[in-house]
Write a new protein. Structure first.
Length: 346
């Protein structure tokens, strides 16, 4: 709270390059949505990309580490008036910095606006954005709280279709608690779509207790193999890697402290696949119905679906497509090439 709320006032205050890694190009509809966000909300973000999955219409979404609400207000437009977005954040200081690409829109100097709790900044502009979007009633809400304790904010079991998070889970001391809570509040078939920083090995105690390295999202980085084991323990399907890029620290003093450990910024998808959904491999056809991805849906690093093409998938992917919000966007043939006629996944 102190590092993000007081020390980081502008991008130049960062001590490493960890928080200005590049992200994938944004779809036009996301770029358009960004232009409708209030300037104060945008000003509270520094070096921040966007972590936004596909197929969001009418979904209920939870943003872990929502800061002053920029991502939530983008998502508000993408889910539509019938959808809903909840943001939760722990920071009470003047600015909110998160990892990702350089700002999409020019940042307004933080001195333009009075210091206030980030959640209060987000709440203050609800009416402005609902009017801007043409909504009759708000489809966003914000809470001050901790992602390890979503129940304290009153978030009910199986109440969200999607959880997004942009490089903040590394700031939580108990990663298992974060994933456990995420699993609890997701509906069956729901997805956790998130970016974070991962380490090539488990970090030593001196690194994990280094204040600057923690604030720069490195000291709290999870050993990448531990993500897989924790996800399995909690109940998620195996993590599916979307994108990854190496991180260069760019600070000799801090590089000497971390030694031969290497870091990577990565985006993963985790799904809450209902028990009994994993029947076997299949062949699937993408219908091309997702807005912004009509011709091709790049699902992760291993699977890309082009409209009308038959793709062989493993049992895990078949179960994900069949049980999630993507079901209506695909036709699936169970059992592979020798199965019977195509059937809908609805």
């Amino acid at each position: 709270q102190d590092y993000y709320g007081k020390e980081l006032q502008k991008l130049e205050d960062l001590k490493t390059n960890a928080c200005i890694t590049s992200a994938r190009p944004l779809p036009k509809m996301v770029r358009d949505a960004l232009e409708h966000i209030h300037e104060e909300v945008v000003a509270r973000y520094y070096g921040c990309g966007l972590v936004i999955p596909e197929c969001l219409s009418s979904c209920r979404i939870l943003d872990l580490g929502s800061g002053s609400g920029r991502d939530c207000y983008v998502l508000s437009q993408l889910v539509g008036e019938q959808g809903h977005v909840t943001g939760i954040d722990m920071t009470k200081g003047q600015v909110r910095h998160r990892s990702g690409a350089p700002p999409i829109l020019p940042a307004v100097p933080p001195t333009t606006f009075p210091s206030s709790c980030q959640v209060e900044v987000a709440k203050k502009h609800i009416a402005y954005h609902m009017d801007k979007f043409g909504y009759r009633k708000p489809n966003v809400e914000f809470f001050h709280g901790y992602m390890e304790k979503l129940d304290d904010a009153g978030l009910a079991d199986e109440s969200y279709d999607i959880i997004v998070s942009n490089c903040v889970i590394n700031l939580a001391p108990d990663k298992r608690a974060v994933l456990q809570e995420a699993f609890r509040v997701l509906k069956p078939g729901g997805e956790m779509y998130f970016s974070d920083i991962y380490a090539s090995q488990r970090l030593s105690e001196p690194i994990r207790k280094h204040r600057v390295l923690w604030g720069e999202c490195l000291a709290g980085a999870l050993y990448w193999r531990d993500l897989y084991s924790i996800a399995e323990e909690v109940g998620f399907s195996p993590p599916r890697l979307v994108t990854a890029s190496p991180i260069t620290i760019g600070n000799k003093e801090l590089e000497a402290i971390v030694g031969d450990c290497r870091f990577v910024s990565a985006t993963f998808r985790l799904f809450k696949v209902p028990a009994g959904s994993r029947a076997g491999p299949g062949r699937v056809i993408y219908n091309g119905g997702i807005v912004g991805h009509e011709r091709e849906l790049v699902f992760d690093a291993n699977f890309s679906f082009k409209e009308g093409e038959v793709v062989d998938v493993d049992a895990e992917m078949a179960a994900i497509l069949q049980s999630s919000r993507f079901a209506e966007e695909f036709l699936i043939r169970a059992g592979g090439a020798n199965a019977a006629a195509l059937q809908g996944c609805c």
